[in-house]
Design a protein around this ligand. Structure first.
Ligand code: GCU
Length: 401
């Protein structure tokens, strides 16, 4: 009798397993265009598999555990940017973390209600995005001793055209990457990882620094949902370079980001890895061993083994609008690979009735931005500048205004 019960149980489990199997055979996608027959097929079969691949093999899984946190408005001042903006700073205090994540916001002074926002991480501290002398300098920002000079206020202001954003009715929200996780290989002793791993380190399929940064962006989104000055349904997540890799991963993982913008994100961002143009999977893991999960090392000089290339990451954002941008001299980021990746993701957008990218790469300084997957390549090198932002504002206007 006992034997029979066990057998029946095993048979039942077996049949349940059969039921749980995807109805459609999931093959390896490589760098192919992602063509499926319906939204249901994409959402029920392929999207979960591709998401699982990026979670376990590329950026690493983010933790499920919730950390208690508090939002603390530390300053709010009208009359910033010669009267164009309200400047607001919020400390996100995660329980157990040695310093808060400092959120810096500029909100158009003439806003009549909640405004749409661009939200991105910055490289060297909030105080570098504008010369405004009252921006709080994070304790995590590079110090005088490390820089050989005083931390320069406004040093990165060419990357953050605040006045232009205010004139166009957008708020700008930013945090310093080092407030979430410092950008060096410290064995995950600093930043948010110890809140989840204690003295240990993430497993081979758990998050590195890009995953941590993306997680941090989502915590700021948690705050933005509580701020009545921001229309949290209209937040575009934006990032340049390594922070563009981060905005893509954050946008893929968190559907609350309504638009996703990747500026010169290159390898491990928008660019197809299989082309091995510019930075390769080998090079990036060697120089930045802390960015991805350990499993990503399997693909060093072995890109053919990737289950899906970076077009899969772009497709994970569908049907939300996405903008991928390159610069002509930025060969390290492989502009053509960034474009082809956006093209290969486009059939997924088309399943939703959205307009993807097709055809040859556009000429320099001639954006292809009439659809929901947009792209431009501008003259010049690896940077984010007013030209790039002007295109992003035009693109966001289509959805947010
Ligand atoms: C390096 C790195 C790139 C990265 C860039 C940046 O060049 O190799 O992958 O995008 O730094 O973040 O500026």
């Amino acid at each position: 009798m006992k034997k029979f019960t066990l057998f029946a149980l095993l048979a039942l489990l077996g049949s349940l397993q059969c039921v749980a199997q995807p109805a459609v055979n999931v093959k390896k996608y490589g760098a192919e265009p992602l063509r499926f027959s319906s939204v249901e097929e994409w959402e029920q079969v392929h999207r979960p598999v591709i998401m699982n691949f990026f979670e376990r093999e590329v950026y690493g899984r983010m933790p499920q555990k919730q950390v208690p946190m508090e939002f603390d408005v530390i300053s709010e001042k009208a009359g910033a940017l010669s009267g164009k903006a309200i400047r607001k700073e919020v400390a996100i205090r995660l329980e157990g973390m040695y310093a808060p994540i400092l959120v810096l916001m500029y909100i158009p002074a003439d806003a009549k209600g909640p405004v749409p926002a661009f939200f991105g991480m910055n490289f060297k501290g909030n105080h570098q995005i504008n010369a405004d002398p009252e921006i709080t300098i994070s304790v995590n920002a590079p110090k005088k001793e490390e820089l050989g000079s005083d931390p320069e206020r406004g040093a990165a202001s060419s990357r953050w055209p605040l006045e232009m954003l205010m004139d166009n009715g957008y708020a700008l929200v930013t945090i310093y990457r080092g407030d979430v996780d410092p950008d060096f290989d410290d064995g995950f002793r600093n930043g948010i990882h110890p809140l989840f791993h204690g003295e240990g380190t993430p497993a081979a399929d758990e998050w590195g620094t890009i995953g941590a940064w993306a997680w941090g962006l989502s915590r700021v989104m948690d705050y933005l949902e509580t701020d009545s000055k921001i229309d949290s349904k209209k937040v575009a997540v934006i990032g340049h370079s390594r922070l563009g890799k981060t905005s893509l991963w954050a946008g893929a993982a968190d559907p609350r980001f309504a638009i996703v913008i990747s500026n010169d994100s290159g390898c491990g961002g928008a660019a197809l890895s299989i082309r091995k143009q510019g930075e390769t999977v080998e090079a990036i893991n060697k120089s930045f061993p802390h960015w991805f999960c350990d499993n990503y090392n399997k693909y060093r000089n072995n890109e053919e083994a990737l289950f899906v290339d970076q077009q899969g990451l772009i497709a994970l954002v569908a049907p939300r609008p996405i903008y991928v941008a390159s610069a002509v001299e930025d060969t390290w980021a492989d502009p053509e690979g960034e474009y082809l990746s956006a093209v290969a993701a486009s059939p997924v957008y088309e399943l939703y009735g959205k307009k993807g990218l097709t055809g040859p790469m556009p000429a320099v300084d001639s954006p292809k931005a009439e659809g929901d997957v947009a792209y431009h390549i501008r003259k010049g090198g690896h940077d984010i500048n007013l030209y790039d932002w002007t295109q992003y504002v035009k693109f966001a206007d289509k959805y947010f205004k």
